[in-house]
Design a protein around this ligand. Structure first.
Ligand SMILES: Cc1ncc(COP(=O)(O)O)c(C=O)c1O
Length: 194
């Protein structure tokens, strides 16, 4: 978001809000675009009757927009009802889709319970091998520890993304498979920068 937009109404005048990992205020433009669907166009997009047509078209348009935004194809975009559902779908889906009898899943101790519990369930129900990487005093995984954990047949990395390096680091250790939520966004989130 650029700084020349007005502050979000929910943040104006209040203390600085820094909990964007837990939730963010909805951009007023998003709320405006969603309003007809919350109010009138309530049909189930998967149904076959008339009420499903508008929601189905809106969903297809949104899927296309999100795909274009991140350079994906529309059919690769899966909308979920919550972050926990997305965690489970991604981690469990990747581990099981690997087709390996004992998939290896690498995560970190500070991950969200939705990720950690999914990893435990994979261990219990699917014989997965789970490596929980420690974090340092700043909550970061040592890339060398990740590298060491990436023994074949590692297939699935779930963790908080290491912040992007400053502009010209002399050497920044390669991070091969960290994926997931971004605790340490770089540059930092600007709470009033709408
Ligand atoms: C990585 C991660 N997964 C899941 C959640 C929980 O999301 P929800 O409440 O939508 O299930 C959060 C929320 O902070 C999160 O950061």
């Amino acid at each position: 978001m650029t700084g020349d937009l007005a502050a979000h109404p929910g943040l104006a005048g209040g203390p600085v809000y820094l909990d964007y990992n837990a939730t963010t205020p909805v951009d007023p433009r998003v709320a405006e675009a969603m309003a007809p669907h919350l109010r009138d166009l309530f049909g189930n997009p998967s149904s076959s009757h008339l009420y499903s047509a508008a929601p189905r078209m809106a969903l297809a348009a949104a899927r296309g927009q999100v795909a274009a935004l991140i350079g994906a194809r529309p059919h690769e975009i899966v909308f979920t009802a919550s972050g926990s559902e997305a965690d489970l779908l991604a981690v469990r889906g990747a581990a099981i889709a690997s087709g390996r009898p004992r998939p290896h899943v690498i995560t970190q101790v500070t991950e969200h319970p939705a990720v950690l519990q999914t990893c435990h369930a994979l261990e219990r129900l699917h014989g997965a091998r789970v490596t929980m990487l420690p974090v340092d005093g700043e909550g970061l995984v040592d890339p060398a520890a990740l590298d060491a954990a990436l023994t074949d047949p590692s297939r699935c990395g779930c963790g908080r993304k290491t912040p992007r390096p400053p502009p010209s680091p002399p050497s920044w250790p390669p991070t091969r498979a960290l994926a997931g939520s971004t605790t340490r966004a770089w540059p930092p989130v600007r709470p009033n920068g709408w």
